[in-house]
Design a protein around this ligand. Structure first.
Ligand code: S3P
Length: 170
């Protein structure tokens, strides 16, 4: 099975993805980390945005998503913007990919991210980030097979919730 976590920046995709993969004995792939491994001339994601712009980042992101099309026994945590490109949704869904949306309110996201915005170029201006959040919500909902509310849960609780939903599917 290929489990794909989607959701806005700060919704816990990487933390929860790593825990979920460990519990399932699956491989864990963080797409932003993989993208940097595939493009070693860049130090971080922010550098790609600064030097080459968002469109270039989205092209690299597309290639990175495509590289995981056939992944199995894998939990994939996506970058928050991966689902804005319909081709990515198709690639993530291919080969039985199950898309799980970690639904977190903007207030909680803001608390979690705090001032740690240097590696998140699209969170440097909070008002713009909020607008982005509002325009993306429907996209996450439409793409998701399963939606999990995370506001009042620890990563461990979210993990347990996902595992019980997975059991119900099999
Ligand atoms: C982005 C989210 C980031 C990263 C890039 C763009 C977005 O990933 O891919 O900064 O467009 O929402 P995280 O969701 O892991 O922060």
């Amino acid at each position: 099975m290929k489990i794909v976590l989607i959701g806005f920046m700060g919704s816990g995709k990487s933390t929860i993805g790593a825990q979920l993969a460990e519990q399932l004995g699956y491989t864990f792939v963080d797409l932003d980390s993989l993208l940097l491994q595939q493009n070693p001339s860049f130090g971080d994601i922010a550098e790609i945005f600064t030097k080459h712009g968002e469109d270039h980042f989205r092209a690299l992101e597309r290639a990175c998503v495509r590289s995981q099309r056939e992944a199995q026994q894998t939990v994939i945590s996506t970058g928050g913007g991966s689902i804005i490109q319909p081709e990515n949704i198709e690639q993530l869904r291919a080969h039985g990919g199950l898309l799980i949306y970690l639904d977190t309110s903007f207030a909680i996201i803001q608390q979690r991210i705090g001032t740690e915005t240097s590696t998140r170029p699209l969170f440097m201006d909070v008002d713009k980030a909020k607008t982005l959040y509002n325009t993306r919500r429907q996209l996450y909902e439409d793409a998701a097979d399963i939606t999990i509310q995370t506001d009042t849960s620890t990563p461990q609780e979210v993990c347990r919730h996902i595992l019980s939903q997975l059991k119900a599917l099999t």
